[in-house]
Design a protein around this ligand. Structure first.
Ligand code: KG4
Ligand code: ZN
Length: 366
């Protein structure tokens, strides 16, 4: 019997998803032994998305997010109970996101988690949402017969790129709990840039998947070679920081000067702009990350956060890794664990750091 085995109820409300999950975690990872593989079994999971509520505003409205979380939390909890009978008896501890994120939204999850912990008489721990994204790489993948595949072993040192709506961070990870931040965005996060470019083009929120979908109309077609060349900010800055605000502005001026042509079939159409923007963003992300992988002799490369769902970004990493002179394994979580979810919060509770739950930490970083 594994004495480290824990059943964790995880709660995530940092932005516009009310998410809860019940997860069995085992393996010796908590003792920092590098040669053991942690195992996660997902017993129940629910994500209640608020996208439809925020879409008319073109982004997340914090007061609406709070209202929706308050409404959804008891409903989501009930659904978890329906998926797993005897829930209260099974839980070893509860984990809740304490930051970073929208403070009014974070508070709803923290307060709900406190009530649950009192009722179930179990400990409550605070979790860093960004660590949730990092450790989502240790979650199992679903396979065809409905089971889950074994988790691939992740060897250290690893380079981790977190790309979400609020963050763009590059980390050098020496062991399961030890990392150094190499760089981060100096202005907009890459997901935010995707969302803003989509908005400029009249595409719905969240813009990332919309921009990617638009590129499919031309990528692989003869006009894709004419895609617009946008600047690659900070590509040669010599450090590991990023900037996406200038790229977004370049797209804005391009749209303004080509407005009359946008709806036409010319090579300045919306798909061309999306492709040009996406290529520029991917180029910077991949080149800087690969430079870090070479400098630190990485054995693994981990991609995570909402933007990690982008297939063109994943493919660009795969081909850049293929061109290296040394072997690097590439890891990216399943689609549903890239965007915000509670399963990753359970993984972070088991593998990462635990924070106090006395306050919502909107600007928490790693
Ligand atoms: O991790 P996440 O769900 O929430 C935050 O922690 O911010 O990331 C959401 C971000 C949004 O900006 C969304 O547009 C972006 O991830 N995103 C994508 C794609 N899917 C989601 N960006 C580019 N391509 C995608 N396929
Ligand atoms: Zn996130």
């Amino acid at each position: 019997m594994d004495s480290n085995k824990k059943t964790i109820l995880a709660i995530e409300t940092s932005c516009d998803e009310t998410a809860m999950a019940l997860v069995n975690a085992k393996g010796k990872a908590q003792s920092e032994k590098e040669n053991t593989i942690p195992e996660f079994e997902i017993l129940a999971e629910v994500v209640a998305s608020q996208i439809d509520i925020h879409r008319p505003y073109g982004g997340v409205v914090p007061s609406l997010a709070k209202r929706e979380h308050l409404k959804n939390l008891p409903i989501v909890f009930k659904k978890i109970e329906n998926q797993y009978r005897n829930l209260a008896k099974a839980i070893d501890y509860i984990a809740v996101t304490v930051g970073p994120g929208l403070e009014p939204a974070l508070w709803t999850g923290i307060n709900f988690a406190k009530e649950c912990a009192e009722k179930c008489k179990v400990p409550l721990v605070g979790i860093n949402h960004l660590e949730g994204h990092i450790y989502s790489n240790w979650l199992p993948s679903k396979i065809f017969n409905g089971g889950t595949s074994a988790i691939p072993k992740i060897n250290f040192p690893a380079i981790v790129l977190i790309v979400s709506g609020g963050h763009t961070i590059l980390l050098h990870m020496e062991s399961m709990k030890k990392w150094t931040k190499l760089g981060e965005t100096q202005d907009d996060a890459v997901g935010e840039a995707f969302d803003k470019v989509a908005k400029m083009l009249g595409l719905p929120y969240p813009g990332g998947p919309e921009v990617e979908r638009a590129t499919h109309q031309i990528i692989g077609s003869p006009t894709s070679i004419n895609s617009i060349i946008f600047p690659r900010p900070m590509l040669h800055s010599g450090d590991y920081n990023f900037s996406f605000s200038g790229l977004k502005t370049a797209v804005f001026y391009y749209i303004r000067s080509h407005a009359p042509l946008l709806s036409s079939q010319s090579n300045t159409s919306i798909p061309h702009i999306c492709a040009g923007f996406q290529e520029a963003a991917i180029d910077v992300l991949v080149k800087k990350t690969m430079r870090a992988a070479e400098e630190y002799g990485a054995q693994s490369l981990l991609l995570c956060g909402g933007v990690a769902s982008n297939i063109a970004l994943q493919d660009a990493f795969r081909s850049a890794i293929g061109a290296l002179r040394f072997a690097v394994s590439f890891h990216v979580p399943e689609l549903q664990y890239n965007t915000d979810n509670a399963v990753m919060i359970a993984a972070a509770a088991y593998l990462g750091n635990q924070y106090p739950v006395d306050i919502a930490r909107g600007n928490l970083t790693i």
